[in-house]
Design a protein around this ligand. Structure first.
Ligand code: C2E
Ligand code: MG
Ligand code: MG
Length: 766
């Protein structure tokens, strides 16, 4: 019974063969020696030697068949059965017709076995086998049957043996077919082919001696048969090659095959000519009558063979090209579908894919959480350091995100600086913890080009129950992200349904922003800027406020970005500038206080800005030297026309005496080096750098470095967000000259400021 490869015990099969094979080889070799000795034995003793040798060959086949095989086992069993037939025939005490019948069955079984070997089921190779068969038949006719049988009266024994060489043609045909189908032979198949040839030779010898009555023939035939069987045994014992020896049935014929085909097609005409000439020798026979037509037939056949091989080559080329095209097409299709579902820059799944996944997980049975991550200040990196650095940062963030992703989770890039992480089965609380850990990961410095960036991100978390509606998950996470950003960035916020209401409120508010300027709903408040040594108010910062009627006042952080987006900031900014100049002119006359006005990037991109600013100064009567414009660092270091325009404005204003301050210094991705080349006078150190009470030395060292550098460049430093007397003292010790913050005063309305300054003056005087 066939044993399947998987069902076998490969270890047992793999461990033993070495020793067992050696034993088998020794046995087969001994059997081979015995086989050679057969002609030396007396005819009645031959069968005594014959049977054990066949038994050995059969044993080898049975053993080989029981080993793990890739191909089917039955062909080997069938070849084994062929040997049994031969052994039984050999066991007949006398010659009978049964012996010949058994021999016929043996040949048929052997042919069947060869046809059943792996790769044997295809139809290809049958034509080649047919060609060899026909040619072989012709040769057999000319060299065996015509001279030996046709012209003689055959003996009864010879009558039966006539079929022997004919049947061998079948065996040889099967071998040819195997060669064609397999595109070459492995060692086992080579041994089988040799066995087939040896068996054929043995049969021919037997046939010849039977019809001629020569006595030595049968002995040698016996040697041939035995050798044939032993070779089949050796082949069966060989471990099967996993790979076919280059089977590629469509490939064009090599020159050897073409040559072989030419020889084959020529055999017919040559044999015909040979027969006609030899058999009509001496008669009135014109050789040219045969030679010419047969010659031309032969030549035609040769040309046809060549033509056919060309056609085959051509077809093969076309097929190869077609296969290549199909392969490329499949590859292209794969690339396209990957492109459609993945982000090109980072290779992460894209928004579309993530949406699908969210829908799958949300409607599933586990529930889960969705994290929406936005990089803080990414726009600034892109604009200031250029897109290649921005891209490098995104790639690094994607890599860190992927590294933090566990089994079953998916990281994606939704676009721009937005990333996402889907955590199936997680609660919102756990997701928030994961998000915190992720933020820690992201804070590690990134080396992009020659730049060392310190990225940070904000994350919105949205948990969802099993079988929930996925429609709002992304937008809710967006709200949570917005909350995280507005709460100061670099933090995590978990979605809360109240956020939707807040969002609606925001939208309503911003809808009204456009009309607010005309409705006179804005006011400018002022916050003193104080000399840390002595405590005098040296200037004030103008800070815009919005008082929508019937609602709470709105801080600039909530509407400046929207005003910036809508372009309203240009009109609003101009209004603030004019108002501030008008308010400040009296304070300047009385106390010498200057005024700082925040100017947004959009205003600096307006070609008319210088004209507007100078107009505000002229109309108010405030000297240009009393005005400071506060800009953020991004404005100047951006590349392109906008930065050029901004620098031109600042240069023009400075030429008139206006001073320029860098606001929130240190929050962008800036280096101090660029300050040297820019038209600035004041550095306002962001309140993030404000040393906390009991601050560690490294934080103090950072502030000291900034202050020292600014001083070495002749810049004035203003510390923002001073909230305690300890901070004020520390900053003074560190060399900072000015401070601004709740410790000194909160932003107040113009009249309140005036009262404050008057009171201070009186206190001073008193
Ligand atoms: P900024 O220019 O950095 O203004 C300083 C902000 O810090 C003000 O917030 C101020 O109220 C706040 N602040 C001052 N001292 C302290 C302190 O000790 N502790 C804390 N925690 N905060 C303090 P405000 O008024 O909400 O303004 C926020 C931002 O809005 C400003 O930041 C500025 O960038 C922008 N902004 C305000 N007014 C205008 C304007 O008229 N035009 C433009 N373009 N932007 C403006
Ligand atoms: Mg400011
Ligand atoms: Mg500031």
């Amino acid at each position: 019974m066939p044993i399947s490869l998987r069902g076998g015990d490969p270890e047992r099969a793999g461990a033993q063969p070495d020793r067992r094979d050696r034993l088998w080889h020794a046995v087969l070799l001994t059997a081979g020696l015995v086989a050679i000795g057969v002609p030396l034995l007396a005819p009645e003793m031959r069968m005594v030697a014959y049977l054990p040798v066949v038994a050995v060959a059969l044993g080898a086949v049975v053993t080989g068949t029981r080993r793990p095989r890739i191909g089917p086992r039955w062909p080997w069993w069938v070849m084994g059965a062929a040997m049994v037939c031969s052994a039984v025939a050999g066991g007949f005490p006398d010659y009978t017709d049964g012996v010949d019948v058994l021999h016929v069955v043996m040949c048929l079984l052997f042919t069947m076995g060869l046809l059943g070997l792996p790769g044997g089921r295809e139809w290809s190779g049958l034509t080649e086998a047919g060609i060899v068969l026909c040619t072989g038949a012709a040769l057999e006719w000319v060299f065996l049957y015509d001279p030996l049988v046709h012209d003689r009266t055959a003996t009864p024994a010879a009558e039966n043996t006539i079929v022997y060489p004919m049947l061998d043609l079948l065996v040889l045909g099967a071998v040819v077919r195997l060669i064609v189908v397999r595109g070459g032979l492995n060692r086992a198949e080579m041994e089988l082919a040799t066995a087939a040839t040896v068996l054929t030779a043995a049969d021919v010898i037997f046939f010849v001696s039977a019809v001629t009555g020569e006595s030595g023939g049968p002995a040698w035939s016996t040697v041939g048969w035995l050798f044939g069987f032993l070779l089949v045994g050796t082949a069966a014992l060989r471990p099967e090659d996993t790979e076919q020896p280059g089977a590629d049935q469509g490939r064009p014929h090599g020159w050897r095959t073409v040559l072989a085909n030419i020889v084959l097609v020529l055999i017919g005409p040559v044999v015909t000519v040979y027969l006609l000439i030899t058999e009509n020798d001496g008669e009135d026979f014109d050789k040219m009558d045969v030679l010419l037509p047969m010659g031309s037939t032969g030549l035609t056949a040769v040309l046809l063979v060549i033509r056919l091989s060309h056609t085959t080559a051509l077809a093969y080329q076309q097929t190869a090209r077609l296969r290549q095209a199909v392969r490329e097409q499949a590859g292209l299709q794969e690339t396209l579908s990957h492109q459609a579902s993945h982000d090109a820059l980072t290779g992460l799944p894209n928004r579309q894919t993530m949406k699908g996944l969210i829908a799958d997980v949300a409607t599933g049975r586990t529930g889960g959480a969705f994290l929406l991550l936005g990089l803080d200040g990414f726009k600034d990196v892109n604009e200031r350091l250029g897109h290649p650095i921005g891209d490098a940062l995104l790639i690094e963030v994607a890599a860190r995100l992927s590294a933090a992703t566990r089994d079953g989770e998916t990281a994606a890039r939704l676009g721009g600086d937005e990333f996402a992480l889907l955590l199936p089965g997680s609660t919102a609380e756990n997701a928030a913890l994961r998000a915190e850990a992720l933020l820690g990961e992201l804070r590690r410095p990134v080396l992009a080009g020659s730049q060392s960036l310190r990225p940070s991100a904000s994350i919105g978390v949205r948990g969802f129950a099993p079988a929930s509606d996925s429609v709002h998950i992304l937008s809710d996470a967006d709200l949570a992200l917005y909350a995280a950003k507005s709460a100061g960035k670099d933090q995590v916020a978990v979605f809360d349904p109240a956020m939707r209401e807040e969002q609606a409120e925001r939208i309503r508010l911003l809808d009204r922003l456009g009309a607010a300027l005309d409705a006179d709903e804005f006011a400018v408040h002022y916050q003193p800027i104080v000399a840390l040594e002595g405590g005098t108010v040296v200037g004030v910062e103008a800070l815009v406020r919005w008082f929508p009627p019937g609602q709470k006042p709105v801080g600039p952080d909530r509407f400046i970005p929207a005003a910036e987006d809508s372009g309203l900031i240009i009109a609003l900014g101009e209004w603030v500038l004019r108002q501030a100049c008008r308010d400040a002119v009296a304070w300047h006359r009385r106390w010498g206080t200057g005024v700082s006005v925040n100017v947004s990037p959009r205003q600096l991109a307006d070609p008319a800005f210088t004209v507007k600013a100078l107009g505000a100064l002229r109309d108010s009567g405030l000297p240009a030297t009393a005005l400071t414009v506060e800009i953020t660092e991004g404005v100047l270091v951006r590349s392109g026309a906008h930065a050029q325009q901004a620098i031109a404005h600042l240069q023009a204003l400075r030429a008139e005496g206006v001073r320029v301050a860098i606001d929130d210094f240190g929050t962008g991705y800036s280096s101090l080096a660029y300050l040297r080349d820019l038209p600035i006078d004041v550095l306002k150190v962001d309140r993030a750098f404000m040393p906390e009470d009991g601050a560690d030395t490294s934080q103090l060292a950072l502030v000291r470095t900034i202050v020292d550098l600014a001083r070495s460049m002749g810049l004035v430093t203003v510390a923002e967000g001073v909230e305690t007397p300890v901070q004020a003292d520390l900053l003074r010790v560190l060399g900072c000259t000015r401070g601004q913050g709740y410790y000194f005063a909160r932003p107040v309305s113009g009249p309140d400021l005036e009262a404050m300054l008057t009171a201070a003056e009186l206190a001073h005087a008193g």
